[in-house]
Design a protein around this ligand. Structure first.
Ligand code: FAD
Length: 124
């Protein structure tokens, strides 16, 4: 049994695996990885999504001056929000789909064939 205080924290953490956090950037600060979009483990994508975040940030911030950073971070949020939300959702779905037949397992090619560099290049 989880005590109330810890139960509240646990519920908040579980909620973050559903949709991430709404605003990831403020001024010249931003979040990436689990802090931005914690997810359930069923697709083994937590670290992979953090790496995609980092690649996107590296490309969008390349050559940016101090004053350009907030705009680049807005582009980063726009680039990463739907992708990470979709992986969060797919991971949750896969968690409900494991059975001996595997009949409900999803096609994962959209995860593994994705090219974050091409997507970031299109926005930089
Ligand atoms: C058992 C297990 C298996 C996994 N397998 C996979 C897998 O196969 N594939 C995959 O893609 N992902 C996997 N993951 C998920 C992956 O490990 C995480 O998604 C990834 O580590 C997130 O990286 P991050 O940098 O966002 O956070 P973290 O790796 O958690 O890094 C955060 C860092 O911040 C530090 N920190 C925290 N608070 C403070 C503070 N106040 N001051 C300073 N430092 C602080 C922490 O010590 C930590 O070093 C697995 C996770 C687990 C637990």
């Amino acid at each position: 049994m989880v005590a109330n205080r810890h139960g509240t924290a646990l519920r908040a953490a579980v909620a973050l695996t559903r949709r991430g956090i709404d605003v990831r950037s403020k001024g010249r600060l931003t979040l990436l990885g689990d802090a931005a979009h914690a997810m359930l483990p069923h697709l083994g994508q937590g670290m992979n999504q953090a790496i995609e975040d980092a690649a996107a940030l590296a490309m969008l911030l390349d050559g940016a001056g101090r004053d350009d950073v907030p705009t680049a971070l807005t582009a980063y949020e726009a680039l990463r929000r739907d992708r990470t939300a979709r992986v969060q959702h797919a991971s949750r779905l896969d968690g409900t789909s494991y059975d001996s037949s595997g009949a409900r397992l999803q096609d994962h090619s959209w995860i593994y064939d994705y090219d974050v560099a091409a997507d970031a290049a299109a926005r930089s």
